[in-house]
Design a protein around this ligand. Structure first.
Ligand SMILES: C[S@@+](CC[C@H](N)C(=O)[O-])C[C@H]1O[C@@H](n2cnc3c(N)ncnc32)[C@H](O)[C@@H]1O
Length: 403
């Protein structure tokens, strides 16, 4: 099976090759799990800033572009890309030469043999790879052996429910004995023109636009889909901790469930992992789980963001890069309890948000915003809810001051 996977990526280079990284990155493309814009999520204790991005990055299963893209976007980092496909690595080499990426080294190597590099990494990206391994547990365990004690991995595993249409068609094509020939890809394309609307609606993937994408989507010999529960079990069974979801808005009721409902109250009574599992079922469309993991031994206080006590007042909020079409931060007001000050949510949230500059703590924001309130307890409760919701809905990340 592993050989079939290798043969596929040798013939069908994936993803679609980027021809110019300056142009690609200039479009504001923020890729999956990259530390250059997500480092406060991974190292809230400020480790990345202190080192000015001088970290060692491994891109495991880099495909045609990702290792070069990392080297380009992280000029202070040393980037290593490994992949079993020489054809994909050749395109990485093209990008390396074109953009003079002296901080990149590339190796044809299986993840299962990564220890043979004899190096350790601060950050490991493995996006869209581990679910294609004959033994995904073995893959993650091997990556763990080359992750430094405070290192972080950014992973993407396919979402079972959001790919239900893909899995039906994979089985459909399997029943027709399709392989990975050009002729079989033509049959896939023909099928897509015939599908009923309900089935087509389940297939909103960029991979539909090019042949290697169609092979990856529908004709892959090994492709496992994961639920929230199976992601958690997978990470734990490999001796690691799931630190957080990168697209956290998908795993919380805020933004998805009306707050004036019984359902809202019930969901908010669930403990954290149960709420994530429930929201995945409610959402139904999560086709990719993007998340970050670390060693179980890593000190929890150095990375865990929580709003259970007053510690959040000392956090330093930082703005996240907004997604295209992400609503204004003030829109989170729909999911907050009434401020009981007579003021509207929008003006209070905008005042707080305008004070987020990467220096002010939440307490500074609270004091400088001078929000109207009848009591300090009441306004602290409101501010707690604002920052928790901004965090869940991907408007802010936090630094936890260490001193
Ligand atoms: C779906 S692509 C993802 C590429 C890249 N991570 C990205 O997000 O653009 C999967 C890649 O993993 C590589 N791959 C699959 N199994 C591998 C293994 N056991 N060891 C190393 N690379 C592997 C394939 O050759 C392919 O290039």
């Amino acid at each position: 099976m592993a050989d079939v996977v290798a043969a596929q990526y040798e013939k069908w280079i994936y993803p679609q090759p980027i021809m110019d990284l300056a142009e690609y990155c200039g479009k504001g493309m923020t890729d999956g799990v990259a530390p250059h814009y997500l480092h406060p999520l991974f190292w809230p204790d400020g480790e990345y800033e202190r080192r000015e991005g001088r970290i060692n990055i491994l891109v495991a299963g880099c495909g045609a572009n990702a290792a070069a893209r990392y080297a380009y976007q992280h000029p202070n980092a040393q980037v290593t890309g490994i992949d079993l496909s020489e054809a994909s690595l050749n395109h990485e080499r093209y990008l390396q030469e074109k953009h003079q990426l002296g901080n990149l080294s590339l190796h044809q190597l299986r993840i299962e043999e990564v220890a043979s590099l004899g190096r350790e990494f601060d950050f490991i990206d493995s996006v869209g790879v581990l679910h294609h391994l004959p033994n995904p547990e073995e893959g993650l365990r091997q990556l763990k052996t080359v992750l430094k004690p405070n290192g972080v991995m950014g992973l993407m595993l396919y979402g079972l429910y959001g790919r239900v249409g893909v899995y039906m068609l994979q089985e459909f094509f399997h029943r027709l004995y399709l392989q990975q020939t050009e002729g079989d890809v033509a049959v896939v394309k023909e099928t897509l023109t015939q599908l009923p609307k309900a089935q087509l609606d389940r297939l909103r993937f960029t991979e539909l636009t090019y042949d290697a994408g169609l092979v990856d989507l529908f004709l892959h010999p090994i492709d496992r889909g994961y639920t929230v529960e199976s992601c958690l079990n997978y990470v734990e069974s490999c001796g690691m901790t799931l630190q957080g979801w990168i697209e956290s808005r998908l795993y919380y009721p805020e933004g998805q469930v009306q707050p004036d409902t019984v359902l809202w109250k019930m969901l908010n009574l669930l403990p954290e992992p149960e709420r994530w599992k429930a929201m995945e079922l409610f959402n139904g469309g999560i086709s990719k789980h993007l998340f970050y993991v670390c060693h179980q031994e890593r000190p929890v206080h150095s990375y865990r963001i929580q709003f259970e006590d007053e510690q959040f007042l000392g956090y330093i909020p930082r703005r996240r890069v907004l997604r295209a079409n992400q609503p204004e931060p003030a829109s989170i007001g729909n999911w907050l309890d009434a401020p009981a000050t007579g003021s509207d949510h929008a003006s209070l949230i905008n005042r707080l948000f305008s004070l987020i500059d990467g220096q002010n703590t939440v307490r500074d924001c609270l004091e400088k915003a001078a929000l109207p309130s009848s009591s300090p307890e009441q306004i602290t409760k409101y501010v707690r809810q604002v920052f928790q919701t901004l965090w869940r809905m991907e408007y802010v990340m936090f630094n936890i001051p260490t001193a």
